[in-house]
Design a binder for this molecule. Structure first.
Ligand SMILES: [Zn+2]
Length: 308
């Protein structure tokens, strides 16, 4: 009897221990998926698809140039703790290739822009075999990146698949509307004035999608230097076509565009700086320009106002 009682007590104690350790395990084990995005555009897409059902961090904030960006110690820590890493790819994050290669062995590392069909990728004439990474500037092309993010989130978190699918389809609808709005707005610029001159070749996809010619002083990466010849060619172009404005970019030094403007003004044509466009980085988080839709809208308003 005594022995039986002891066994019973042991059973109670053991059960309590098992129960306790189970609940303890559940509490300490954080099941939330950790996601890291390189650019704000990718971050914004993740937020639209997943809300706060995943933990999302972004490496490159406002004004940061992804072409030149090197991962900090803090970034490496964030990246190493992540379950999924979303980056643009197509060599946008030119100095982070090695880190991504290494991390790929232990977690999902997804180049969202590389989800585009090859036929939609712009190859640059300026560089041999170089591809243009700035795919977010065609809203339709960016939808491929959004879909790639959704697919990976569903794979990593199948319990929330339906939620992600619904959010993605809502977001894609908003992007359809945005695409139409930009197309319509650009038509306000007379055809012979549709020339978008910026610091570097970030707007190739924008030009292709929305029927506006684009020229960048630097190539498709800010790593390349511009020469006096480039300045002279753009100088002539502005004067011959009487282009009213050129643009600086928030993530690139404005020095080159300023010297272009000075050169044109010295020749007696009053070209202006039409504003500062968000090219490779979005605006401050919490502002309208800190969202993808807000950034495209803001840029388009600036471009149309300054060129029409
Ligand atoms: Zn760029």
């Amino acid at each position: 009897m005594h022995r039986k009682k002891l066994t019973f007590i042991s059973f109670i104690v053991l059960s309590a221990f098992v129960l306790f350790s189970c609940s303890n395990k559940n509490e300490s084990k954080n099941n939330t998926i950790k996601v890291v995005a390189t650019t704000g555009m990718i971050y914004d897409a993740i937020i639209n698809i997943a809300g706060d059902s995943v933990e999302t961090e972004v490496l490159m904030g406002p004004g940061v140039d992804p072409h030149l960006y090197k991962a900090t110690q803090g970034d490496v820590k964030k990246l190493s703790a992540a379950d999924i890493i979303f980056y643009n790819g197509l060599h946008l994050e030119g100095k982070m290739g090695e880190i991504f290669e290494k991390l790929q062995q232990t977690r999902d590392v997804i180049a969202v822009a590389e989800n585009l069909p090859d036929s939609l990728i712009i190859k640059s004439n300026a560089f041999q075999n170089a591809v243009d990474p700035h795919v977010w500037f065609d809203v339709k092309r960016w939808q491929y990146a959004v879909k790639a993010i959704n697919e990976q989130l569903k794979k990593s978190d199948p319990d929330n698949a339906l939620y992600y699918d619904n959010n993605t389809s809502n977001y894609l609808q908003k992007l359809d509307q945005l695409d139409l709005a930009v197309k319509k707005q650009i038509t306000q610029i007379p055809l012979d004035q549709r020339l978008l001159i910026t610091s570097h070749d970030a707007f190739g996809y924008y030009g292709d999608a929305y029927n506006i010619e684009v020229k960048g002083l630097q190539g498709i990466s800010t790593l390349s230097e511009y020469g006096l010849k480039d300045l002279a060619v753009l100088n002539d172009l502005i004067i011959n076509r009487k282009i009213k404005s050129v643009f600086i970019e928030t993530s690139v030094s404005e020095r080159a565009i300023k010297s272009l403007v000075e050169g044109v003004q010295e020749r007696g044509f009053d070209v202006k700086i039409g504003g500062s466009l968000y090219s490779d980085a979005m605006g401050d988080f919490g502002t309208e320009q800190g969202t993808y839709i807000g950034m495209i809208t803001y840029n388009t308003n600036k471009i149309v106002d300054a060129l029409k």
